[in-house]
Ligand binder design. Structure first.
Ligand code: 13P
Length: 301
């Protein structure tokens, strides 16, 4: 174990802190974490944690979600500037105007959105439970945002529901063209393709399975193939190689790299634990309004 990991673990114990890391985080951050998971798992663990302090190694929306679900705990974000371009693609003002254009329709928002947007939302979802969340509403028509690709994936799986989608996306997933996936298939003909639902519809349609990051880990561990083409952020390959040792995993070319997820280094985790800095603050008024949509999300799927 590196001396930096030892220092981080010592500080975490002293502070009665838990370190949560998203599956896309750097390998050394994942290694030092108490919990490594997808968005839904991190949200649920935050709500259930009995530690007084949560260090959330991920992007701001994940730390805000933890704070909203666990208002009595301090939540530290190792890099205050780790944002999410997709979350910035819809503002609360835009959502309010969109709702006014479609009065009465239920609003489902991907958790990759701001706290203010969640406060105007009926129920949030992650990629792990988006289909179950929309199905649970029993509605014939819903508003879904900000990810148009996830919205189209839900619509393809629930033909009975009309999904009106906001025009946002994850630039990292959306930039992968079907040709890049097909080129990898040609190079690795025995490989199965695992795609994240933030991918373009034609990529998801061509995949063998469309899964959240943790669902990919479980799938690869249980499945009988030996080789996979993984169409999501390249940080997941760390977990995949651990979950299914001996199997071969290929990202697309060039590798998918989220600059915001990769901002956090282990020394940043150490710094916030030592200094108790970068505490995430969500206004109590916004948090109270957003909590219902997040609690409904964590209860489903
Ligand atoms: P997961 O919830 O599948 O981990 O995805 C999070 C995310 O931000 C994907 O880009």
């Amino acid at each position: 174990m590196s001396s930096l990991i030892t220092e981080v673990r010592r500080l975490a114990a002293e502070r009665n802190a838990v370190i949560f890391a998203h599956n896309y985080q750097r390998a050394e951050v994942q290694e030092a974490a108490d919990v490594v998971g997808d968005s839904l798992e991190l949200a649920r663990r935050a709500a259930g944690s009995d530690a007084g302090l949560i260090v959330l190694a991920g992007v701001r929306l994940m730390a805000e979600t933890a704070k909203i679900l666990a208002p009595g705990k301090r939540v530290l974000l190792p890099r205050a500037d780790a944002g999410c371009p997709m979350a910035d693609m819809i503002t609360a003002e835009q959502l309010a105007a969109w709702k006014a254009e479609h009065p009465g329709l239920p609003v489902v928002m991907y958790v990759n959105s701001s706290a203010e947007v969640k406060a105007l939302t009926d129920v949030c979802c992650t990629s792990a439970n988006a289909i179950q969340v929309v199905r649970s509403l029993g509605a014939r028509k819903v508003l879904f945002g900000p990810d148009r690709n996830l919205g189209h994936w839900i619509a393809s799986q629930l033909p009975e529901v009309e999904v009106v989608v906001w025009d946002g996306c994850c630039p990292i997933h959306d930039q992968v063209a079907l040709e890049a996936v097909e080129a990898q298939r040609a190079a690795h003909p025995a490989a199965k393709v695992l795609a994240h639902p933030e991918c373009r519809p034609e990529v998801s349609a061509a995949a063998d399975a469309v899964l959240s990051t943790s669902q990919m880990l479980r799938f690869a561990a249980a499945d009988d193939a030996e080789e996979y083409i993984v169409v999501t952020e390249s940080g997941l390959l760390t977990g995949l190689r651990k979950a299914a040792p001996g199997k071969r995993f290929h990202n697309v070319s060039p590798p998918m790299m989220c600059p915001n997820m990769k901002m956090t280094r282990l020394d940043h985790v150490r710094d916030v634990l030592r200094d108790l800095s970068n505490e995430v603050v969500v206004s109590p008024y916004i948090a109270a309004a957003a909590r219902g949509s997040l609690e409904r999300m964590t209860a489903i799927g």
